[in-house]
Design a protein around this ligand. Structure first.
Ligand SMILES: [Ca+2]
Length: 482
């Protein structure tokens, strides 16, 4: 049944490719509200794509995504939060994840995710008249009231938590009777106004298949909205290359360079299929197409990712953790082939897309994202951001300010110890990409950076006096204290 649906959608796409633009497609192309396709990879490092110095160096070329970059803008300094859940919380709300009670992946709190009070990107787009679909990993709650369909998405197909849980069903030591939340994860689906339902156990076999299914369903969603003449937002949080980084059987052995390279080839191919579908539906000119990642690469050796010149892994305050690839294409609006090192953060997408889509940015709460429309459209050379507070879990590790970092705490790897520094360290990222040679009291000429950098932290801390953060594990209903 599921498979047939994918084939039908594909055939329909083929038919559409051979016919002139339908009236709806023409209307959509002329319409004011552009569609949004937002691809969010999981633990996909800065250095994986050919256009970022990876591709063949990682065992598989990435021609489709490289070409996408040549058709749009590519950022070299796009920042995210250091772990899955906080990164997704920041993306969805335009706020530092710590504010939302999701500063860390849920370790000691079984109830997690976004409270109803949060206003998500999906709610904003939905209120602006968009059809909103999510196909993939959520990781912002796995209990009733915390699923994507409770946060503005019209429809969802995917997994509530993370891909490592696919190891559990096959593990003979796994004991699901040990705790109500030590349970097998399911592939789920749901529609707004209804209940999210379990479809199948997400096990090691499903892990191989899921990203293809997500691609098929995204194409089907886009086709349905195109037929309905409705602007849409397709959020595609793929599960790859999060461990276990193992390819779909279609790609097994294809690269000749092992499973990681096979998966890279697969990612490029699936993104290519989404790009083809946008073209075939006649939506290319009226679609903002974004490719990015939720955080830097894995630290588990068998599944080692590449962060290019940046040192470290995810779950740290190092650049490898915070900087991810970001490519945006919007023909005629975003300059083609543009590349720059301006600082942007995933939180900025909320106000930016709100401006473009005619949505509302809440004024009754702190929004940390800034509107980057004029920067992305090439109207201004500089980004509207020059600082990022660096969180690792619920802890502030430091701050990025222009090309500098001021670190209060440091880590070398995602599971390593945290070193608390008695005096902050300062790194000039234009000189010291690997963050190995701090400006310290014995090299004092750049200690002036402490003033602008600490000001960011002082202001950030003061914002919590004004608006206390939501505590992790807060149940609904939540209303802020007046
Ligand atoms: Ca992740």
């Amino acid at each position: 049944m599921k498979k047939r649906k994918g084939v039908l959608a594909y055939m329909l796409a083929l038919v559409l490719m051979l016919t002139p633009l339908t009236a709806q497609a023409q209307r959509a192309a002329d319409g004011k509200k552009p569609n949004v396709v937002l691809i969010l990879m999981d633990n996909f490092g800065w250095g994986e794509l050919g256009v970022y110095g990876g591709g063949v160096l990682r065992g598989a070329p990435t021609p489709r995504i490289d070409k996408l970059a040549s058709e749009g803008m590519r950022l070299l300094n796009f920042n995210v939060e250091a772990q899955c859940t906080p990164s997704r919380a920041a993306l969805m709300t335009g706020r530092y994840a710590f504010r939302t009670g999701n500063g860390s992946v849920p370790i000691d709190t079984p109830i997690y995710g976004l409270v109803q009070w949060e206003y998500t990107m999906a709610e904003m787009l939905s209120d602006a008249g968009y059809a909103t679909g999510i196909f993939g990993k959520w990781h912002l709650g796995h209990t009733e009231g915390r699923f994507p369909i409770d946060q503005g998405f019209d429809e969802w197909y995917g997994i509530p938590n993370s891909t490592d849980e696919s190891f559990w069903p096959d593990n003979p030591l796994f004991d699901p009777t040990s705790d109500p939340f030590a349970r097998v994860e399911h592939i789920m689906q749901g529609r707004k106004g209804g209940k999210a339902e379990n479809l199948r156990v997400y096990d090691s076999q499903e892990r191989l298949l899921i990203d293809k299914e997500l691609t098929d369903r995204t194409i089907d969603f886009m086709q349905r909205q195109q037929s309905a003449g409705k602007p849409f937002s397709a959020f595609v949080p793929y599960t790859q290359p999060h461990l276990p980084t193992l390819p779909h059987p279609d790609f097994k052995g294809k690269s000749g360079n092992g499973p990681w390279a096979d998966v890279l080839m697969q990612i490029d191919s699936y993104v290519g299929r989404l790009l083809d579908a946008v073209d075939e539906l006649g939506l290319r000119d009226n679609t903002i197409f974004i490719f990015t990642s939720d955080n830097g690469p894995e630290f588990s050796r068998a599944w080692y990712g590449s962060s290019g010149p940046w040192r470290g892994t995810y779950f740290t305050g190092l650049e490898a953790s915070l900087r991810v690839p970001f490519i945006v294409r919007w023909p005629g609006r975003v300059p083609a082939g543009a590349v720059n090192n301006e600082m942007m953060h995933e939180m900025d997408l909320f106000p930016t897309l709100a401006r473009i889509a005619g949505g509302n940015v809440p004024t009754d709460r702190i929004i940390d994202g800034v509107d980057q429309t004029d920067f992305l459209s090439g109207k201004q050379e500089k980004s509207n951001r020059e600082d990022v507070v660096i969180y690792v879990g619920n802890d502030v590790h430091g701050v990025k300010w222009r090309n500098w970092k001021m670190m209060l705490k440091e880590m070398d790897s995602g599971d390593g110890p945290v070193r608390e520094l008695s005096i902050p360290r300062f790194y000039n990222l234009l000189v010291d990409q690997k963050e190995e040679h701090p400006a310290a009291p014995n090299v004092p000429e750049n200690l002036w950076v402490r003033f602008p950098a600490s000001k960011v932290l002082v202001n950030h801390a003061a914002s919590f006096k004004k608006e206390p953060p939501i505590r992790p594990g807060t149940p609904d209903p939540y209303v802020p204290k007046p």
